[in-house]
Design a protein around this ligand. Structure first.
Ligand code: NAI
Length: 329
């Protein structure tokens, strides 16, 4: 099977190569994303492998089919960038990697909390310059604080367990509550109650019509003054401009983002010699109480190995796992 691997960085290539037997799979690696602009590259391939910011819309899918591609193997869990209905209609199978390492993303959410709270991002620069003054670096104890988790699937559940370990009160909201988390001492309440009671709110739900811009002026108005918002899920869960407005008023006291709505124009590339053409993003970076990372929540050795292994397995066997969870269309 000939596979065109898009959005492929050197570290992806290294891990994919480890799990690929060239006799079964012939991989061609492209750094570029799959989109209308790059669709011509798929000529002669049976399958494509894509990542979070490839634009696999209905038109791209139609052209994939036209070129003879019959499988899309996503190397990620989220699939909001793929038109599944179009894939189904064209008879193209779509696979993803549902649970490559929930812990890696949950731990990154906690890293953002710890950084924002104890201001290690600022302390690092101060100490490098010989400035050991503590003014402005005051944090708070996590023990006893109330943490709201929106979306308690694989990543959210791992996050809740870690926060319970810190001694936090953990409040949850999900369409399907988890008995295991309730048994672990977490409480399920309404979204409104999460907004009202939480000192820290972390987002772990998928991006869909009901969660788009979940964090906006109206939801922020219901939250505690100085609330900490963490988003490691998908950028468009947060209305960036309204979050900035809330940073100015102090409604948001801390903002930790691993994802950003317009990230496909910026993330995963070295932009250090470019002028980033996104004034909202640029403004966001100027706040001392905002920490942004470039979609690295998943980026651990364990997760990359699992992604590579599952992707190869999805491509080779063209079948779902025993629970059927890996095949989306
Ligand atoms: P999951 O499918 O295991 O869990 C998602 C949970 O959200 C489910 O329990 C579901 O019932 C719940 N949910 C759905 N709609 C909801 C709503 N309207 N309100 C509240 N809860 C809702 O997914 P998983 O693996 O935990 O991933 C969560 C998200 O994390 C993914 O959708 C993806 O966007 C993001 N992600 C980010 C990564 C990163 O590197 N930053 C890496 C992997 C995933």
């Amino acid at each position: 099977m000939k596979v065109a691997v898009f959005s492929c960085k050197p570290y992806d290539k290294r891990t994919l190569a480890t799990f690929t037997n060239e006799a079964d799979l012939s991989m061609t690696y492209f750094e570029s994303r799959l989109s209308m602009e790059t669709i011509s590259l798929v000529k002669g391939f049976d399958a494509v492998s894509c990542f979070v910011n490839d634009d696999v819309n209905a038109e791209v899918i139609r052209l994939l089919k036209q070129q003879g591609v019959n499988t899309i193997a996503l190397r990620c869990a989220g699939f909001n960038n793929v038109d599944l209905e179009a894939a189904k209609a064209e008879g193209i199978k779509v696979f993803h990697v549902p649970d490559y390492s929930p812990t890696s993303v949950a731990e990154h959410a906690v890293a953002l909390i710890m950084t924002l709270n104890r201001k290690t991002h600022r302390a690092y620069h101060r100490v490098k310059e010989g400035n050991f003054a503590l003014e402005g670096l005051m944090g708070f104890n996590l023990a006893g604080k109330t943490v709201g988790c929106i979306g308690t699937g694989r990543i959210g559940a791992a996050f809740c367990r870690i926060m319970k370990g810190f001694g936090c009160r953990v409040l949850c909201y999900d369409l399907s509550p988890s008995q295991a988390l309730i048994d672990h001492g977490c409480e399920y309440i309404t979204l409104e109650e999460i907004y009202q009671q939480s000192d820290i709110i972390s987002l772990h739900c998928p991006l869909n019509a009901s969660t788009h811009h979940l964090i906006n002026k109206h939801s922020l108005d219901k939250m505690k003054d100085g609330v900490m918002i963490i988003n490691t899920s998908r950028g468009a869960l947060v209305h960036a401009q309204e979050a900035i407005d809330a940073l100015y008023t102090g409604k948001i006291g801390y903002l930790g983002l691993d994802v950003y709505e317009q990230e496909n124009k910026i993330f995963f590339e070295d932009m250090s010699s470019h002028i980033i053409q996104d004034s909202v993003f640029q403004l966001m970076l100027t706040f001392p109480n905002v920490v942004v990372t470039g979609h690295q929540g998943y980026f651990t050795i364990e997760a990359l190995n699992h992604i590579a292994q599952t992707t190869v397995d999805n491509l080779l066997h063209h079948q779902s796992d025993s629970s059927g969870a890996r095949q989306l269309a």
